[in-house]
Design a protein around this ligand. Structure first.
Ligand code: NDP
Ligand code: 2IT
Length: 444
């Protein structure tokens, strides 16, 4: 049996029913197959893949908290510390009712290779809870965050494991989490990133994932002799990643015509008014349908599929598996010229394979959304040195990091005779680095 098939069997057996984790491992193993063939003996002798697919440490804990009516709730929290070969565990926290071990294993696993691609010293981790912040008061969110951190603080630290935001965890939650961390440890240190600018945060971190996605999309289009200028772009989601991807795409001359949330999508032919979306989502914590109250010429499609919108460039920025094979077919039929993932694994495996077979330029999230974690690492570095860098300085480093990621993808794909397959390129480049380091550090 091929070594990669043995690993599939092992992962399936050891993590039964973890569909998202299986999917992430499956795509990864497909991508690295030629590297494994080349180094099979070395990897087998060191049981490299067996070690790679098993988290170094995985913690789950109880989170009791009291709501505004005095009722007690109990949620489950997690932190998956997947791989620390190249640096302290680094990755976001997700608060969403769907959170479970499978979703966090997939996110933490992909984070290993994403973080390797940034060229910075960060390992892979992820965490979160099955808590739904939607509709909760600030006090309830604070109570939850404090209870969550009362367990989590035992396992994290500025040189050990540095969480940040993800779905449902933004500036408000990071503030509450950090306050409790500081109270418990009596340390003011960079153990969380995405902090406020006045208390150790880095400029550009809020924008970084979305901006980075727009920068690398521009890089991809330029490689094919094109640019974002004048392109029609469809964005899904309306959270942190979506808003800033749309903002930078518009700054680069594109017309962004859609944004969405789990309720439906808006279509604005004149180009989405980003300020209006920020007001609804960030200030009022409202729903995307409220956009048509501010911009009556726009349309809202309740419960509809955003990918039915004709576009040149699709930027899925909401959640995993939001872009199905049927949606990919629609995009191709409508003449899409590139698909670049802002979310983690938003495109199903079948849809990804279909887009690649149609020769649609495609960037996988583990490369194209790496700008967020990259600027998180720049925040860690500033905290370690007690310094602050300017917006322009961090933004220009973010641009060079994204350029460098694209170059690694291109070169890795070419080196293994898979020119322009950036999914394989991302897996090969990220994996090759982690594999070299794991070998150097011995059997741990
Ligand atoms: P936010 O919580 O800010 O926004 C999430 C957006 O996605 C919302 O519009 C939300 O709509 C939508 N969404 C979430 N879950 C679902 C669902 N099950 N079905 C439909 N829509 C959904 O999160 P982020 O913008 O931070 O994260 C978006 C994606 O980007 C995630 O995949 C995340 O892992 C990834 N990512 C985030 C980074 C970051 O720095 N924040 C870095 C790299 C990747 P609704 O409000 O209706 O739920
Ligand atoms: O998926 C991701 O890369 C993130 N949610 C950001 C992680 C981080 O540590 O900034």
């Amino acid at each position: 049996m091929a070594y990669t098939d043995e690993i599939r069997e092992l992962v399936w057996k050891r993590n039964p029913g973890e569909a998202e984790f299986h999917q992430a491992v499956d795509e990864f193993l497909n991508g690295i197959e030629p590297v494994v063939q080349k180094h099979e003996k070395e990897y087998r002798d060191g049981m490299l893949l067996e070690r790679l697919v098993e988290p170094e440490r995985s913690i789950s804990f109880r989170i009791p908290w009291v709501d505004d009516h005095g009722k007690l709730h109990v949620n489950r929290g997690y932190r998956i510390q997947f791989n620390s070969a190249i640096g302290p565990y680094k990755g976001g926290l997700r608060f969403h009712p769907s959170v479970n071990r499978s979703i966090l294993n997939f996110l933490a696993f992909e984070q290993i290779f994403k973080n390797a691609l940034t060229g910075l010293s960060i390992g892979g981790g992820k965490g979160g809870a099955d808590f739904d912040p939607k509709g909760k008061s600030d006090r309830e969110v604070m109570a939850f965050c404090q209870s969550f951190m009362t367990e989590l603080f035992h396992y994290i630290g500025a040189r050990e494991d540095v969480p940040a935001g993800d779905i449902g965890v933004g500036a408000r939650e990071i503030g509450f989490l950090y306050g409790q961390y500081k109270r418990l440890t009596r340390q003011f240190e960079g153990t969380l990133t995405g902090k406020g600018i006045e208390w150790g945060g880095s400029l550009v971190r809020v924008e970084a994932t979305g901006f980075g996605l727009a920068y690398i999309t521009e890089e991809l289009l330029q490689y094919y002799g094109n640019t974002l200028q004048g392109k029609t772009v469809a964005v899904s989601g309306s959270g942190n990643v979506a808003v800033h991807a749309a903002q930078k795409a518009e700054e680069l001359g594109a017309r962004v015509v859609t944004m969405s949330d789990s309720g439906g999508y808006i279509y604005d032919e004149r180009g989405i008014d980003i300020q209006a979306v920020k007001e609804i989502k960030e200030v009022r914590r409202g729903r995307i349908r409220e956009y048509v109250d501010a911009i009556p010429s726009a349309d809202y499609y309740d419960g509809a599929n955003v990918w039915e919108t004709p576009c040149d460039v699709a930027l899925p920025c909401a959640t995993q598996n939001e872009l199905s094979l049927d949606s990919a077919r629609l995009l191709v039929k409508n003449g899409v010229k590139a698909v670049c993932e802002g979310a983690n694994m938003p495109t199903t495996l079948e849809a990804t394979e279909y887009l690649l077979s149609e020769k649609i330029p495609f960037l996988p999230g583990k490369a194209s959304n790496a700008g967020g974690v990259a600027v998180s690492e720049l925040e860690m570095a500033q905290n370690a040195m007690q310094t602050y860098r300017s917006f322009e300085d961090v933004d220009s480093q973010l641009q060079s990091i994204m350029k460098n990621i694209f170059r690694q993808l291109r070169e890795a794909a070419e080196a293994y005779d898979m020119k322009d397959n950036f999914v394989a390129g991302a897996n090969i480049a990220g994996f090759s680095k982690v594999a070299r380091v794991m070998k150097a550090q011995g059997y741990v």
